[in-house]
Design a protein around this ligand. Structure first.
Ligand code: RUB
Length: 322
C-alpha cells in the first residue's frame, strides 16, 4: 500500500508544486524515507518490494531531471547492499540514506555558491533563467561577500519561474530587472555573465535545462558573454555514457493557452532544451569547477564505470555524493 502522503508528493512533483531538479530529488528522498517509516511490511522481501513500488511511482512523475533517479538510486543501493539483513536494519538503511542524500544535497548547493562566487566580480551584471537554487546560490553568495552586482531574470514562460527568482533576489536586496524571454538578445550586451542551473548534464557536457536556455547560450556566445552552469554532481546523467538521449518532457498545452478557445490548434510545450557544450564556459559543481568536457570524467568517477561495461548496473557502485 502506498500512502496518500506519498501519492501527494508524487502529484506535487508532477504538477510542479515541487519543482527544480534539486528540490525534486530531495522530495523523492523524503518520500522514500516516509514510505520506510510507514511500512507495514512483515518481511525484508515485502519491504524491498514496497520500496521498489514507491520508487516507480516517483520515477514516473517527470522524466528530464536525472537528479530524481539518481536520488532513488542512491537510496536503493543502500538497500541492495543490506541484502540479507533483518527488516529493522533495512528500514534504518533507507531512512539514513535518504537523510544523507538530503543533507549532502543541501550542502552541495551551499558549496556551489561559495565556489561559483569566486568567479563573480564586483560590478558584474548577471543574467539568469528560470529558478535554479544553484544559480541563485552563487549570485546570493557573491552579493553577501559585498560584491555590487545586478541581475536580469527572464520570465521563464510558460509558468513564470523567473518571478520566483525575482522575489528571492529582491528579498536579498539585489537590484533585479525582469525581462521577457525573447528580450535576452536585446539586453545581452549589458550582461557580463549568464548563470543557469541544470536538470541533467550529459557525458559530452551538453546541458539540459529550462526551455530557452539554449537560445540564451547562443546569444551569449555571439556576444562573447561568459555562460556558467551551476549543478550538483547528481545532475550528471549516467546513461548518456552509452549514447542514451535525455528525455525532454512535453507538458500540457493548457499551460500556454486555453485550448477550448482554439479548437483545432496544435500546441507544443517542451519544458526543457539542450545546450551543446561548445556554448558552456564552465560548470560549477560542489567538487569544483570543471569544463563541460570533463562531464564524462565526473560520471565515470561517481558510478565507477569502465568503457565497455553495461550501464544497467550503474547504480550498484554509486559513490557518496560529496
Ligand atoms: C527548473 C529548471 C532549473 C533546474 C535547476 O525547471 O530548469 O533551472 O531544475 O534547478 P522546472 P536547481 O521549474 O520545470 O522544474 O538548481 O534548483 O536544482
Amino acid at each position: 500500500m502506498v500512502s496518500d502522503r506519498i501519492e501527494k508528493i508524487a502529484k506535487d512533483i508532477k504538477t510542479m508544486r515541487i519543482r527544480g531538479a534539486g528540490r525534486i530529488a530531495r522530495a523523492a528522498a523524503s518520500a522514500l524515507k516516509m514510505a520506510a517509516r510507514e511500512s507495514q511490511a512483515k518481511t525484508p522481501a515485502e519491504f524491498s518490494a514496497e520500496m521498489e513500488k514507491v520508487s516507480k511511482i516517483l520515477l514516473e512523475t517527470r522524466p528530464t531531471a536525472v537528479s530524481l533517479p539518481n536520488a532513488v538510486r542512491y537510496i536503493l543501493l543502500g538497500l541492495k547492499q543490506a541484502h540479507g539483513a533483518d527488516l529493522w536494519t533495512m528500514k534504518k538503511v533507507v531512512i539514513s540514506r535518504a537523510d544523507e542524500f538530503i543533507r549532502n544535497s543541501i550542502e552541495a548547493v551551499k558549496k556551489i555558491g561559495e565556489i561559483g562566487a569566486n568567479r563573480i566580480s564586483d560590478g558584474d551584471v548577471i543574467l539568469t533563467h528560470c529558478n535554479s537554487q544553484c544559480a541563485l546560490s552563487i549570485i546570493k553568495t557573491a552579493f553577501r561577500q559585498g560584491k555590487r552586482i545586478e541581475v536580469f531574470t527572464t520570465e521563464s514562460r510558460p509558468v513564470w519561474q523567473g518571478r520566483l527568482s525575482a522575489k528571492e533576489l529582491l528579498k536579498e536586496g539585489i537590484p533585479t530587472t525582469l525581462i521577457i524571454d525573447s528580450a535576452v538578445r536585446h539586453f545581452i550586451r549589458d550582461v557580463d555573465k549568464v548563470i543557469v542551473g541544470a536538470d541533467s548534464i550529459a557525458a559530452n557536457g551538453a546541458v539540459v535545462n529550462k526551455i530557452g536556455t539554449s537560445s540564451i547560450a547562443l546569444a551569449a556566445h555571439e556576444a562573447r558573454v561568459l555562460f556558467f552552469v551551476a549543478a550538483e554532481t547528481y545532475k550528471f546523467h549516467p546513461e548518456t555514457l552509452v549514447g542514451r538521449l535525455v528525455e525532454i518532457e512535453e507538458r500540457d498545452p493548457n499551460e500556454l493557452i486555453n485550448l477550448k478557445k482554439y479548437p483545432g490548434l496544435k500546441v507544443r510545450n517542451p519544458a526543457f532544451d539542450v545546450t551543446p557544450p561548445e556554448y558552456v564556459d564552465l560548470i560549477v559543481t560542489e567538487r569544483g569547477i570543471i569544463p563541460p568536457y570533463a562531464a564524462y570524467a565526473i560520471i565515470q568517477e561517481i558510478f565507477e564505470w569502465k568503457p565497455g561495461e553495461r550501464t544497467s548496473h550503474l547504480g550498484d557502485k554509486l559513490r557518496p555524493l560529496i
